[in-house]
Design a protein. Structure first.
Length: 175
């Protein structure tokens, strides 16, 4: 697997993804966001788009993360996010943020070293942040985010996933 950062905002490249294989495919043609991809044998299997916060130049927002539907659950998303996280820190960003709308993305971000801030956006997404130095009681915070998802109308797969995480510790960040 190869992880590659294609460009930084505001001069990010256009990336055309097959909407049948990737969620948010249309969001990757915007050129005002940076892009990074994961490739397997020169085939893109995951992508992330990101941009600088409009009011805080030290904060980078991860906007859209997508993994090929056939490759989900293989750990590609967290590894790609870790790659972007490390490049952003090297570039001088003090904080990375992302808003997620499903428990699978929530878990993937935890595996990348992000943590739930306790905040939600106006469109019912949970806000996660890296680094997590100011977040106390990691287990309680992790479970609080999962509880937010439990209160929603879920698919059977999401419900089973959440039940499997009940009363558990947050996942250890992968390197």
């Amino acid at each position: 697997m190869e992880y590659d950062l294609l460009g930084w905002p505001p001069d990010g490249p256009k990336l055309r993804l097959d909407y049948k294989r990737f969620s948010y495919a249309g969001k990757f043609v915007m050129t005002n966001t940076g892009k990074a991809v994961a490739r397997d044998d020169d085939t893109i299997v995951a992508a992330v788009a990101f941009n600088e916060d409009r009011t805080d130049a030290d904060t980078l927002w991860l906007r859209y993360v997508t993994v090929d539907r056939e490759r989900r659950g293989e750990g590609i998303g967290p590894k790609l996010l870790g790659h972007v996280r490390d490049r952003a820190v090297e570039r001088g960003y003090d904080r990375l943020r992302i808003a997620v709308n499903n428990p699978f993305a929530y878990e993937a971000l935890y595996r990348t070293g992000f943590a739930y801030t306790g905040e939600q956006t106006g469109i019912a997404e949970l806000l996660l942040e890296y680094p997590t130095a100011g977040i106390e009681d990691a287990r309680a915070r992790y479970q609080a985010g999962l509880e937010q998802f439990r209160e929603r109308d879920l698919s059977d797969e999401e419900g089973q996933f959440l039940e499997s995480r009940r009363d558990s510790e947050p996942p250890e960040p992968e390197s």
